[in-house]
Design a protein around this ligand. Structure first.
Ligand code: ATP
Ligand code: MG
Length: 306
């Protein structure tokens, strides 16, 4: 089932004529966990703000859970839970009060147990009676997640949820998100931590200057662009760059006194390994690493600039 569709979505900010989104067509299936990657100013937050009804698009169509956003704003709001990049906080209410209030907007009553469950999962239960202004930055991010989930939406959209969150808490959040995903929730996440997308998401969308420049299952994207592997070999003694002149075409680079790295197309790996073994047999360690999503992402962004 298609959970989220945009058709020919365009956004031009009137104030300065800035084209923030250009013919954006995306199509997210139920249960997908998608990452939306892009540089500062690429248009991620603009897209999310349009989906959540906070910003009015210039043109195009949006369907959420089959509902046309222009005609059924209420229905689409119920289906979405959005953690915004920035938000004015309900500073003079306690955590639990805000969550109750938020439930009320959606006509949900007597859900204290669920609220407590969410707060427990997000390590905020102890803070339930504190004012929002008494929370730390990372706690506020987690509180925003609870607020976005309190009405049990079907699509969870998070705009840089882990920015400014410490490593341990970030990992807790990953577990939490993976649990939600397992339970069937459709999730869209923007992040500048590429390894986060690589670890969590099964689909990668890249937006560049308002245009979607890649939108594919992670594995396919990695196969298409991440064709190279990095081979690092450590020898029993020092490595002399000159000695490896003949393998220059494999991007040979001496990276430590006894280590040399190569970059090679996966298909050429046997040829390279043979050539190395013929040259020197005293290797003590070898590692072969496929390219990371980060390398693929940088290639994509770079190729757009050329
Ligand atoms: N209210 C606004 N009025 C005019 N221009 C805006 C407005 N909001 C955003 N923009 C512009 O639209 C473009 C996209 O901004 P957006 O906030 O969507 O980027 P982003 O991908 O979320 O970036 P970041 O990673 O920094 O959060 C930028 O050039 C930005 O300056
Ligand atoms: Mg943003």
């Amino acid at each position: 089932m298609r959970m989220l569709i945009t058709e020919g979505l365009n956004m031009i900010y009137k104030k300065d004529g800035k084209i923030a989104l250009k013919d954006v067509n995306i199509n997210i299936e139920k249960g997908e966990f998608a990452a939306l990657l892009g540089q500062n100013g690429a248009g991620k937050t603009t897209l999310i703000n349009i989906l959540s009804g906070n910003v009015k698009k210039t043109s195009g169509k949006i369907y959420i859970g089959g509902y046309d956003l222009d005609k059924n704003e209420l229905e689409t709001k119920k289906l979405l839970g959005v953690v915004p990049q920035e938000s004015g906080f309900d500073n003079f209410f306690s955590v639990e009060e805000v969550l109750k209030k938020q439930s009320g907007y959606f006509g949900i009553k007597r859900n204290k147990e669920y609220i407590h469950h969410l707060l427990n999962q997000l390590n905020l239960f102890e803070k339930r009676n504190n004012y929002i202004r008494e929370l730390s930055g990372g706690m506020k991010r987690r509180f925003q997640m609870a607020k976005a989930l309190v009405h049990k939406p079907e699509i969870f959209i998070l705009d840089e949820p882990t920015a400014g969150v410490d490593i341990e808490m970030r990992h807790n959040m990953y577990d939490f998100l993976l649990e939600l995903h397992k339970s069937g929730l459709t999730i869209i996440l923007t992040t500048h931590y590429i390894e986060e997308a690589e670890r969590l998401c099964d689909r990668i969308m890249v937006i560049n200057s308002g245009e979607i420049v890649a939108d594919e299952p992670k594995e396919i994207l990695m196969d298409r662009f991440g064709r190279e592997v990095r081979v690092s070999i450590c020898f029993d003694g020092p490595v002399d760059a000159q000695e490896w002149e003949s393998l220059k075409k494999f991007h040979a680079e001496v990276t430590h006194h006894n280590q040399i790295d190569f970059k090679v197309d996966k298909a050429k790996l046997p040829v390279l390994l043979n050539a190395i073994a013929l040259k020197r047999g005293d290797f003590v360690d070898i590692s072969i690493e496929r390219e990371k999503l980060e390398d693929v992402y940088l290639q994509l962004i770079k190729s757009r600039k050329e």
